[in-house]
Design a protein around this ligand. Sequence first.
Ligand SMILES: Cc1cc2nc3c(=O)[nH]c(=O)nc-3n(C[C@H](O)[C@H](O)[C@H](O)COP(=O)(O)O)c2cc1C
Length: 164
Amino acid sequence: MTVLVAYATHSGATRTLAETLQDALRAEGLETDLVDLEESPDPARYEAVVLGSGVRIEAVEKTAASWARAHEGELARRPFAFFSCSGSAADPAKGGRQKATDAFLAALCLTPVAVRNFPGWVLMDRLPLRERVLLTSLRTPTGDFRDLPAVTAWGREIAPLLRG
Ligand SMILES: Cc1cc2nc3c(=O)[nH]c(=O)nc-3n(C[C@H](O)[C@H](O)[C@H](O)COP(=O)(O)O)c2cc1C
């Protein structure tokens, strides 16, 4: 079986998480294709799908929301997992919750086999000036908060769920 690992990213962190996840799924014996949503992958070609999206202004990337809506029927017919990549997931006070993920999933008729909110990075040199200004005014913590071993562990955990 082949698993589609599709991702939507703005500053690149989600892609690195998706790459780590792909390695973990391959290590579990699953064939995987890693595809940027900009390439509009067709989920009907795959036996299972993992979608990852960065979070901006309390929402998943627009490409992720519109792709999931457009392919909702196909996603509902196969094992589907979702992960977000955000700044606030690094905050222990959030307890692993991410409003953007909850809102994204609430808008869809899907029952994912797994959902996880991972920390990403907030790196000013990867952002346009207007976003640097916004994040500075919000006093957003900056740095690389990724936990790649946690992504690998999640990959091991979800591999049997994706097999269905
Ligand atoms: C303009 C902007 C808005 C953001 N808004 C949020 C937010 O509402 N909640 C959050 O947890 N993280 C927020 N972040 C942090 C991103 O989620 C984080 O940088 C993540 O790594 C983005 O994924 P990407 O690098 O794949 O685009 C924001 C970042 C930017 C640049």
